[in-house]
Design a protein around this ligand. Structure first.
Ligand code: SF4
Length: 148
């Protein structure tokens, strides 16, 4: 296989199994060698609001934000040029509920990579426009959600 930028995110998920510096020198365009995140690509796959803020902060200081953002236009995961290419958590929650069944808040939070508190907020927003039924377990207090 001919390595090319498709395998690279300044940012590559597999950064833990190869030497990013060597890889960057061999297979990436000039701009990527100046990536602020090239030695910490995992930061561009945040799973919490705090990690997301840290990633966006790093991008804000990056000298190659523009070409990175252009590359990100074809990506569906990760942060590229200060833009989160992940689907918005509200979209993900809606998609999951649309699939049917009953989901706990914790399950939805796991699926979106957000906190339970954040997921509650997303569910409240969705409930303004979608018929979501939320049930609270009488003893455990656990909440489950279904789309009617
Ligand atoms: S803009 Fe952000 S994601 Fe892109 S190379 Fe710079 S730090 Fe990495």
């Amino acid at each position: 296989m001919n390595p090319n930028i498709e395998e690279f995110h300044p940012l590559n998920n597999h950064a833990d199994v190869f030497d990013p510096h060597t890889y960057l020198q061999a297979h990436t365009p000039q701009w990527a060698q100046h990536a602020a995140c090239k030695n910490q690509p995992h930061t561009m796959y945040p799973t919490t609001p705090t990690e997301l803020a840290a990633a966006l902060n790093l991008c804000a200081q990056c000298p190659v934000q523009k070409p990175c953002a252009e590359k990100g236009l074809t990506e569906s995961h990760g942060i590229w040029g200060g833009i989160n290419r992940e689907p918005h958590p509200t979209q993900t929650i809606h998609k999951l509920l649309t699939q049917g069944g009953t989901w706990t808040t914790e399950q939805l939070a796991q699926q979106t990579g957000r906190t339970i508190a954040h997921t509650h907020t997303q569910l409240k927003k969705l409930a303004h426009t979608h018929p979501i039924t939320t049930t609270t377990h009488p003893t455990t207090g656990e909440q489950t959600h279904t789309l009617n």
